[in-house]
Design a protein around this ligand. Structure first.
Ligand code: KG4
Ligand code: ZN
Length: 334
């Protein structure tokens, strides 16, 4: 079969990214322009500022990606783009760029769900085999997804309130260690000890998660200690918080693997970069004979290579969109 080159475009949050991937496995070139430095000043992503930066950078990012790959638009077979979920103003920028290129160069347009992209980042490392459970943990999601076969998603549980990455970012803000909070708390957690008592969030029989109570517990603890004139040990608090998060995620993930009788687990999303989560899941999976794969950190956070990869599987199924495709801030994974 002829090689298939997909151009992926991602702009759902604060990364503007373009990538060319061959046959859903080989990354030819990727460009990612992160806005983290801009949003750090505000302690989180400011949607209006994010979309303005996407507008400024999108053309340059796509051009640079083609240059890096030494390819022209005429060498591309199809354009895959994130249409949702995400920040609406940000999504629209990547989507309009993709639609324009699709129209001008007469290339099929492939609509990719952002979470499908995160999951398919794993295929850049190792060909995915089914059935499997995907644990998607990011700034916007905490989801357990059962995949019986290629590009078949069954959402079995998710967060009822804050996503796990969002909770990391809020806790980091409360203890004043900057944005994005995940990597900082993760590092601090290796330096502290579990000395603060925090509630185990939604420890029930479902596959759902809830992190807002845990977040409030951290906020209350910090305020109470401050009012008493006590100094918080930030490293100890980071360890105590991370232990609880990792414990509940691991517990529900292992139960899902058992119930759905599969021994394959893949991780996806920005929080999959978490060292504590990686260490605990590796240990527990080894004890239970589960094949657990973590994408390298560069594929965990938002990037267009994962979108081009997911797009390849839709390309194979002929699942294209017309130019009426619209961005959706929230949309079911299916
Ligand atoms: O997947 P991603 O790049 O964007 C979304 O689609 O949300 O994930 C970003 C999230 C942020 O909340 C960030 O704090 C978190 O991933 N994150 C981490 C780590 N690295 C990034 N959270 C915990 N530990 C980490 N090492
Ligand atoms: Zn993401």
């Amino acid at each position: 079969m002829k090689d298939v080159y997909i151009l992926g475009i991602e702009s759902s949050c604060d990364e503007t990214s373009a990538s060319i991937v061959r046959n859903g496995t080989d990354e030819i070139a990727t460009v990612i322009l992160s806005q983290i430095d801009i949003h750090t000043n505000f302690g989180g992503v400011v949607p209006e500022i994010a979309s303005r930066h996407h507008v400024k950078n999108i053309t340059m990012v796509i051009e640079e990606c083609l240059n890096k790959a030494n390819m022209k638009m005429t060498d591309i077979d199809a354009i895959a783009v994130t249409y949702g979920p995400g920040l609406i103003g940000s999504l629209l920028v990547g989507l309009e760029a993709a639609k324009t290129l699709s129209f001008i160069y007469n290339k099929p347009l492939i609509p990719v769900h952002h979470i499908a992209g995160h999951i398919y980042a794993n295929n850049l490392v190792k060909t995915m085999e089914y059935p499997l459970i995907a644990l998607v943990v990011s700034g916007g999601h905490t989801d357990l997804v059962y995949m019986e076969d290629e590009y078949q998603f069954r959402h079995i549980g998710g967060t009822l309130d804050d996503a796990v990455g969002e909770c990391y970012d809020k806790v980091a803000r409360v203890i004043g260690v900057g944005y994005p909070g995940g990597p900082v708390i993760d590092k601090m957690a290796t330096e502290g000890k579990h000395s603060y008592q925090l509630p185990m969030p939604l420890d029930d029989d479902s596959y759902n998660f809830s992190f807002s109570g845990l977040k409030s517990a951290v906020i209350n603890l910090v305020h109470n200690e401050e009012q008493r004139g006590n100094i918080i040990n930030k490293e100890d608090l980071a360890t105590s918080f991370q232990d609880v998060v990792v414990d509940i995620i691991t517990k529900k993930t292992i139960r899902a693997l058992k119930e759905f009788k599969t021994s394959r687990l893949i991780l996806a999303g920005g929080v999959a970069a978490n060292q504590g989560l990686r260490a605990k899941l590796s240990t527990v999976c080894a004890e239970n004979n589960i094949d657990c794969s973590f994408p390298p950190i560069k594929y965990c956070t938002d990037n267009a290579a994962m979108i081009a990869t997911a797009g390849y599987f839709l390309y194979k199924q002929g699942k294209f969109s017309g130019l009426e495709l619209n961005a959706k801030s929230s949309v079911e994974l299916k």
